[in-house]
Write a protein that binds this ligand. Structure first.
Ligand SMILES: CC(C)(COP(=O)(O)OP(=O)(O)OC[C@H]1O[C@@H](n2cnc3c(N)ncnc32)[C@H](O)[C@@H]1OP(=O)(O)O)[C@@H](O)C(=O)NCCC(=O)NCCS
Length: 184
């Protein structure tokens, strides 16, 4: 079944703007009927992108999902208003991940190794972002590529996460550093 038909079937057409070019591409979207998407959510695909919203995912106003690679949001997770998922690589969220407003998940970066060539035309390096279960991400957090975040983690507002975070930790700052355990 074509992606656009799938989306129609679950009655999301009033809230979700799908990239028009999608019809010509072999992209996959699986959005559980138990999900709730508020107005202004944008989903766009590359040639082979994939999007999975598991059970009871809630996505609030204005969040953008760019699926050149794979985006997989786990059961019960909540995406706050105006989040941006840039998935040249793979972005996976576990169960019950809660995200504040205006967060960025950037699973790619521009190469700059070719001297004198505009960054726009230099290769895009893909990298994955993997987030565990029960993670609370404060507002205005940015998570870069090649980062793995464990379970039971709290990320303070305005943090920049550019390296792995162990389970059961609270991190803050730019770059984000562990300040303490969540539970002793
Ligand atoms: C991290 C957070 C959960 C607080 O955790 P906490 O255990 O109560 O931490 P504390 O308030 O005791 O702060 C501990 C230290 O970290 C610092 N800190 C706390 N949050 C910080 C942040 N977001 N950025 C930088 N430093 C921060 C405090 O200033 C304090 O520093 P100090 O020891 O030098 O005084 C909270 O500050 C936060 O950022 N919450 C996110 C809120 C949000 O965005 N909600 C969106 C709705 S989902």
């Amino acid at each position: 079944m074509k992606i656009v038909e799938k989306i129609r079937k679950i009655h999301l057409q009033l809230t979700v703007l799908i990239d028009n070019k999608l019809k010509k591409k072999s992209s996959v979207a699986e959005i559980s009927p138990s999900c709730r998407l508020q107005k202004g959510v944008v989903i766009s695909f590359g040639k082979k992108g994939a999007l999975h919203f598991r059970n009871n995912v809630k996505v609030k106003v204005g969040s953008v999902f760019e699926c050149q690679g794979i985006i997989d949001i786990g059961d019960g997770s909540v995406v706050g208003v105006y989040n941006w998922f840039q998935a040249a690589g793979r972005i996976t969220l576990g169960r019950n991940v809660i995200i504040g407003s205006h967060c960025n998940f950037i699973a790619s970066s521009h190469s700059f190794s070719e001297k004198g060539k505009d960054f726009k035309y230099q290769p895009l390096n893909k990298g994955d972002i993997e987030i565990g279960n029960n993670v609370w991400i404060g507002s205005h957090v940015t998570i870069l590529n090649n980062v793995k975040i464990g379970d039971d983690v709290i990320i303070g507002a305005h943090s920049l996460v550019n390296s792995d975070i162990p389970s059961n930790s609270i991190v803050v700052g730019s770059p984000a550093r562990v300040i303490k355990k969540v539970w002793e």
